[in-house]
Design a protein around this ligand. Structure first.
Ligand code: EPZ
Length: 443
């Protein structure tokens, strides 16, 4: 398998919008008139963070894979480009995507794609497992700081990958993965997914301890089992994987996006609205229901649905993020927006990313009273926010600014919303259908 040379760049016929707009492409902005309660029903899309690893897992078996309920996002389109760069063929028919990995002839994931979306590193484990080789760019940092990948690299080396770092690339050559016991000192969604996909084709048995329980990863394990992998302990912190020779192609439906759903619930809570989520999975959202109820909302989960009625004014409360089933760090920014108009002072602590606060200065521009102390934000509720021009910095920070704008008095213009398009499918259209006065404009 050619590790050095990249395959000729295969531009897919459906070249998607680049996740990171370059300075030559028009950057979209959102213009929002605040003060309207959200009312109605909204369909939740497939989960971005579940779709990305399953798309990478198609590299584990040659053949035609079928994924349903795939969200059409910049990030899933970027992952499609990474797979096409490797020689796969991706066809998108609405939310049903077919991926043919029969003719993968490269093992290189180039820097320009990996820096666009860090989750491209998910192809590392499958490439090593199926081809015994890989040349994947180190992903680098993100909007709010360093995002190390040591757990991925140390774990794969424990499986005998013998990885080297060569001019910013992670390189593996003539690799025969062998089972081992790996104990994660930090719960890591990405490292759990990467090691799981490597171990299913490794020789012998692999034990992964202290794994992530995020539904995205449990769903990945279930998909791999359906394709013939031997994995014991799915849904627990300890997985035992007995390597097999090969797997069957994937036929899977992507689980609903619990973070998109939670974001809409918070949007109803901040606008004193009343909405129902359709096609969601309430079992994945317990910690968020609890926080929103403590902040004064009434939440009614049902079968694949969840309804919420927001309070006239949210109550203050302290929130600390934690790995699943704890309160998700991916909802920290959105709940900060909600608590910025609460009746009282709240303390928001992020124990997963100690510096995930790029949304704070932008919320302050809208009149929020927030003080940062290390990985804690002290949020003193104000009676109302005021609309102003602000800038999005990452996926969830952008969502937080939208929520704040929906509640603020007057007009808010949010620039650089390509960040939003990375993780939310048709977010502005879905909000408009719920009664928001929101418009997408070109900068
Ligand atoms: C996944 O990122 C999600 N991304 C993130 O969502 C999410 O915020 C994060 O999990 C935590 O839930 C995808 O699933 C594509 P981690 P990931 O490895 O896998 C440290 C969004 O908005 N760590 O679970 O990169 C790390 O610094 C995105 O959709 C190491 O130290 O997160 C962090 O403190 C943003 N070494 C903690 O572990 C490593 O090798 C958890 O990170 C890996 C991680």
């Amino acid at each position: 398998m050619d590790v050095g040379g990249a395959s000729p760049r295969t531009r897919s016929p459906h070249a998607p919008p680049a996740a990171e707009a370059t300075n030559t492409e028009p950057m979209d902005a959102l213009v929002i008139q605040g003060g309207r309660a959200l009312v109605g029903r909204v369909q939740i899309s497939g989960a971005k963070n579940a779709a990305l690893p399953v798309m990478a897992a198609t590299l584990l078996a040659p053949g035609l894979h079928t994924l349903r309920n795939v969200p059409r996002l910049a990030d899933t389109s970027t992952m499609a480009r990474v797979l096409e760069q490797l020689g796969a063929r991706v066809e998108m028919r609405g939310s049903t995507w077919t991926i043919d990995t029969s003719n993968v002839q490269s093992v290189e994931a180039p820097y320009d794609l990996v820096r666009t979306m860090r989750a491209s590193i998910y192809v590392l484990g499958p490439l090593l497992a199926r081809f015994g080789a890989a040349r994947v760019s180190l992903p680098g940092g993100c909007a709010w700081g360093p995002r190390p990948v040591n757990l991925h690299l140390d774990g794969l080396n424990a499986l005998n990958a013998g990885l080297e770092i060569d001019h910013g690339y992670i390189v593996g050559r003539d690799v025969r993965l062998k089972g081992a016991t790996i104990d994660f000192d930090v719960v890591s969604v990405g490292a759990t997914g990467n090691l799981l996909m490597a171990a299913v084709l490794a020789e012998g048995t692999t034990v992964l301890d202290n794994v992530a329980l995020e539904p995205d990863i449990t769903a990945l394990a279930q998909v791999l089992v359906q394709c013939g992998a031997h994995i014991d302990g799915v849904g627990t912190r300890r997985l035992m994987i007995h390597g097999v020779k090969n797997l069957a192609p994937i036929e899977a439906t992507i689980i609903p996006d619990r973070i998109e759903g939670a974001t809409f619930l918070a949007a109803a809570a901040i606008t004193h609205g009343s909405i129902t989520l359709e096609h969601c999975e309430p079992a994945h959202m317990g910690a968020v229901f609890e926080v929103l109820e403590q902040a004064g909302s009434t939440v009614l989960p049902a079968d694949r649905e969840a309804s919420i009625s927001g309070p006239r004014r949210p109550g203050a409360l302290d929130v600390t993020t934690a790995p699943f089933p704890g309160f998700p760090t991916d909802m920290q920014a959105q709940v900060m927006a909600l608590l910025s108009i609460a009746d009282g002072t709240s303390v928001l602590t992020d124990t997963v990313y100690l510096d995930r606060f790029t949304h704070v200065p932008e919320l302050q521009r809208l009149g929020a009273d927030i003080r940062l102390e290390g990985n804690r934000a002290i949020v003193k509720g104000v009676p109302a926010l005021q609309g102003a021009p602000v800038m999005a910095t990452d996926i969830r920070a952008s969502a937080a600014l939208v929520l704040a704008a929906l509640s603020a008095e007057g007009e808010t213009r949010i620039s650089r919303i390509y960040h939003l398009d990375r993780g939310y499918e048709a977010f502005d259209q879905k909000l408009a259908k719920l009664g928001a006065q929101i418009q997408r404009v070109q900068e």
